[in-house]
Design a protein around this ligand. Sequence first.
Ligand SMILES: *Cc1c(COP(=O)(O)O)cnc(C)c1O
Length: 395
Amino acid sequence: MTGRKPGGKRPGTILAGAGRPPKHAGGAVNVPVYRVSTVLFPTLADLEAAEEKPYDTLYYGRLGTPTSWAFEEAAAEIEGGYRSVALSSGMGAIATALMAFLKAGDHLLMVDSVYGPTRRFCDTVLRNGGVETTYYDPMIGRSIAGLIKPNTRVVFVEAPGSLTFEIQDIPAIAETAHKQGARVLMDNTWATPLFFDAIGHGVDVSIHAATKYMVGHADAMLGVVTAADKETWFNVKATASVIGNNPGSEELYLGLRGLRTLQVRLRQHQESALAIATFLAGRPEVKRVLHPAFESCPGHETWKRDFTGASGLFSVVLDELFDHAAVARMLDGLEHFGMGFSWGGFESLAILAHPDRLRTAVPWSSSGPVIRFHAGLDDPDDLIADLDAGLRRLA
Ligand SMILES: *Cc1c(COP(=O)(O)O)cnc(C)c1O
């Protein structure tokens, strides 16, 4: 987290300074919330000049405003990419990026441990549009070569896997995909740009559900896509603008505000999650800890090689002895962990996960209930005491 980004700045310095005025706000520390639909042009010549570069000048609200440019500038700089596109949600970002590079007759390779709704998008919208999806083992590495067809345009990676936390060998997959002319798209939400340099490891398009750690306070839906080069960026931007996938102004403001504190928040999420996972690993009720910093997690060595940290989200597999009613007793009584979707905010979460319902390439083999935790910003000792009591309720 202390390494320098291309351009020589350290991440904390980028997060404090990126996307800041004077360019956008005449000296105010924060860019204002620009509420825009119509933009008025004083002359026809002014309108025609704006038409030449509609993504870079204030032309029409859907295409960009000073608030979206500021957020996108900051996202691109912390990601070390060419340029970013802000979208209405994480799913909006994933769907738009996939649509930007796939058309009828194309083939997509999708990691089997992907976020559930991404899978549904492939199995519905993409399938209806004539795009074929093959799901692959997250641990496949270079052997992905055997699955690439002449019409494979995109290899989609997500590390760690949603719910189950496998760490993929991204450099190996990217090198193999590029040799065969496919682009690599990554859902990098878990690590944030601070813990995994996606573009530096060969990814062409790094995608974030900014809803999670970037916004960081469970109060806005937002997505962002960062492209490694100009052509890739243009494809995503042009797709987003014609399907009308643009975020609201308030959400962009909250995303930019969240970025300012991303590094300090992540330090605590990381420390608390490690403390909780270490506690859980020592408990007899817990069969296995699925946290990339633990040897029990598939791809742990790759995580050590490629990632610079671990965020606050991880899972455990409980002993198969515990049935649904026991898990309900544990979860229902937790005082500091809420039950609900999304994560990455200040609040702590615990949820029963069902990876067995999603997999098709490699069936999920661990029996026993899977619980996914998010370590929020509560005091970790209180969280551990809460879990200690919860585990006792299992019996
Ligand atoms: C939540 C999530 C998304 C979707 O983000 P939304 O903003 O809820 O649409 C995508 N990928 C991952 C890994 C997520 O956890």
